[in-house]
Design a protein around this ligand. Structure first.
Ligand code: ADP
Ligand code: MG
Length: 581
């Protein structure tokens, strides 16, 4: 593997690289830097395709910094980038890379800030200008910037810029630049528009591809969840609740949906925020700041507004709705799995959108995993264990020591077990209450178990075997059907927990089920099957979760099923999360 020394960079740059702690060049840097530094072909144009987070800024930044003349105040390099955020980010990076290049002046120009201030900065002599296309065009029009002598033009995130409708601006800007400059185009994907820009404005560009074209990052796994369109929001909440430490961007298609989803999440107690074009720059800055500080765990954003987001530890990208363009999906999922970390890109789809998953798979050359929206009880388990781990890892605050005696007194007669249960209940009961009667949101699951949710005649059973006995839901379903000699659709809603499970059958099978399991052993243990109090609907109650009133006498018809189906989990208020910080 090459080192930065091998790439032909000068000492000022190497020193900065070592200060930054970059050890080895990334693939795109390894390929681009020597090409761009090559003195034999000064006017070499370049098209480089690489995912976000692969170090493209340095791939064009180092060569440009080495090639410009810092003793001159003429603008020699122009970098166009789609958003203000990226513009500022590139500018900052270049300043870091060029910190030992005496006399270097890099200036960022972008909309939403004083044009006069920016003009002043340019006037002082900027060898490199980093600009958004809109503001750049504006400043050229007002003769506030002169790019007639530039030698290097970079189109960074070219696909994004074109997606955002900057084609005209870019061509207009380039028409003010010399013909014999070098043009370096960087892009994550290569849609037709990018290819046509390359064809129109570049001369036999060298092409570098890192990884396969238009292929998603290796670090990202892709999942989809099929739900009824009306239940997108509930599904979103479950996905969030299943991942207590989620740090995510939730993509919506419109500004309106973005705002709406964010507002609902906030109302429901999540640390969420909205990012879209109807917000003022100031509002957007505040939201981004809160996101970077992780005060916001779920950033709900439009594609356009999210373009500038460059945060390294995003754990999940959630496609609340699929984007119109497949390319956009690549960009969305590229927000996670950055800087060597792994990430998950989740898609909530309706049945009619399923075929689009296939097209995306073809494009990104990766397969999606079809997953089920977690059940309420699974979420409760996860939340409980997450809480347990948090408590376990909490550092003790010794300010409490002084109160220990009085607290001990209060709990004198409480056993450790009891104390733990009480303590956990403080947080956990809210989740449990919210989810105890929750429905299965998975469309297919719902289909195969129509009886369960839409007709009254199903019964939910508890069985004392579970994951610990080596079952997953499919295996348990098979075993139950086998033992009960029932057909394919006759055992449904099988939820396997640790040491126990739940399943449903038609109520007409109640007697048969109870009788069959009356005398069966598994692994030397007597198998116990009981009817849950949950009337065949929703999730069985967790054992030991308080008030377990299971009925195991099939002739006792006293329990009431009439309320089934009327209770809507969507109306129940969700447990509020304790806000962090
Ligand atoms: P891209 O433009 O491809 O999305 P960036 O240029 O923004 O990627 O780089 C992503 C991150 O990786 C930045 O924080 C950058 O400082 C860091 N980085 C770039 N090159 C290297 C390298 N060779 N070694 C370590 N970190 C690097
Ligand atoms: Mg970049």
């Amino acid at each position: 593997m090459n080192t930065f020394q091998d790439l032909g960079l000068n000492n000022d740059l190497l020193q900065a690289i070592s200060d930054l702690g970059f050890e080895t060049p990334s693939e795109v840097q390894e390929k681009a830097i020597p090409t761009l530094l090559n003195k034999e072909n000064e006017e070499q144009d370049l098209v480089a395709l690489a995912q976000t987070g692969t170090g493209k800024t340095a791939a064009f930044g180092f060569p440009m910094l080495q090639k410009i003349n810092v003793d001159s105040r003429t603008t020699q390099g122009l970098i166009l980038s789609p958003t203000r955020e990226l513009c500022l980010q590139i500018t900052n990076e270049l300043k870091l890379y060029g910190k030992y290049c005496k006399g270097l002046n890099v200036v960022a120009i972008y909309g939403g800030a004083s044009i006069n201030e920016q003009a002043k900065d340019i006037k002082r002599g900027a060898q490199i200008v980093v600009a958004t296309p809109g503001r750049m065009k504006d400043m050229i029009g007002r003769k506030l910037v002169d790019i007639s002598k530039i030698e290097y033009a970079v189109l960074d995130e070219a696909d994004e810029m074109l997606n955002m409708g900057f084609y005209e601006d870019i061509t207009s800007i380039l028409s003010h630049t010399p013909k014999d400059k070098s043009t370096w185009l960087f892009s994550a994907t290569m849609p037709k528009e990018v290819a046509s820009i390359a064809k129109e404005f570049m001369h036999s560009p060298m092409e570098i591809t890192v990884g396969a074209k238009n292929v998603g990052s290796e670090q990202v796994s892709h999942e989809y969840y099929v739900v009824n369109g009306r239940q997108r929001y509930l599904a979103l909440k479950r996905l969030a609740d299943m991942n207590p430490d989620i740090f995510s961007v939730v993509f919506c298609r419109t500004k309106r949906d973005t705002q709406k989803v964010a507002e609902k999440l906030i109302e429901d107690g999540y640390n969420a925020g909205a990012l879209h074009g109807d917000l003022s720059q100031n509002q957007r800055d505040l939201v981004m700041k809160a996101f970077r500080n992780k005060q916001i765990q779920m950033l709900v954003a439009t594609d356009v507004a999210a373009r500038g987001i460059d945060v390294d530890d995003i754990t999940h990208v959630i496609n609340y709705q699929l984007p119109d363009e497949i390319e956009t999906y690549t960009h969305r999922s590229g927000r996670t799995g950055r800087a060597g970390k792994t990430g998950v890109s989740m898609v909530i789809v309706t049945k009619s959108e399923l075929r689009r998953i296939k097209s995306i798979e073809r494009k990104i050359q990766k397969e999606f995993v079809k997953k089920d929206i977690p059940s309420g009880i699974e979420i409760c388990e996860v939340q409980l264990m997450s809480l347990a781990n948090k408590i376990h890892n909490t550092e003790i605050n010794h300010k409490i020591d002084g109160y220990l005696d009085s607290i001990n007194q209060l709990f004198e007669d409480t056993s450790k077990d009891e104390l733990i249960k009480k303590f956990f209940s403080v947080e956990f009961t809210r989740f449990h209450n919210y989810y105890k009667d929750s429905k299965d949101l998975n469309l297919e699951a719902k289909h195969s178990s129509e009886r369960d949710t839409s007709n009254e005649n199903s019964t939910r059973f508890f069985i004392n075997v579970g994951k610990k006995d080596g079952f997953n839901w499919m295996e348990l379903k098979d075993m139950l059907r086998d033992v009960l000699q029932l057909g394919k659709e006759d055992v449904f809603k099988v939820d396997v927990m640790g040491t126990f499970s739940f399943f449903n059958t038609e109520s007409s099978q109640e007697k048969k089920v109870l009788e069959t399991f009356n005398n069966i052993e598994y692994n030397g243990r007597k198998v116990k099957v009981e009817i849950t109090e949950d009337k065949g609907k929703g999730k069985g109650r967790k054992r030991g979760g308080g008030g377990k009133r299971r009925r195991n006498n099939s002739s006792n018809k006293s329990f009431d099923r009439s309320s089934k189906g009327r209770r809507s989990s969507s109306r129940a208020s969700r447990p509020r999360r304790s806000r962090r910080k």
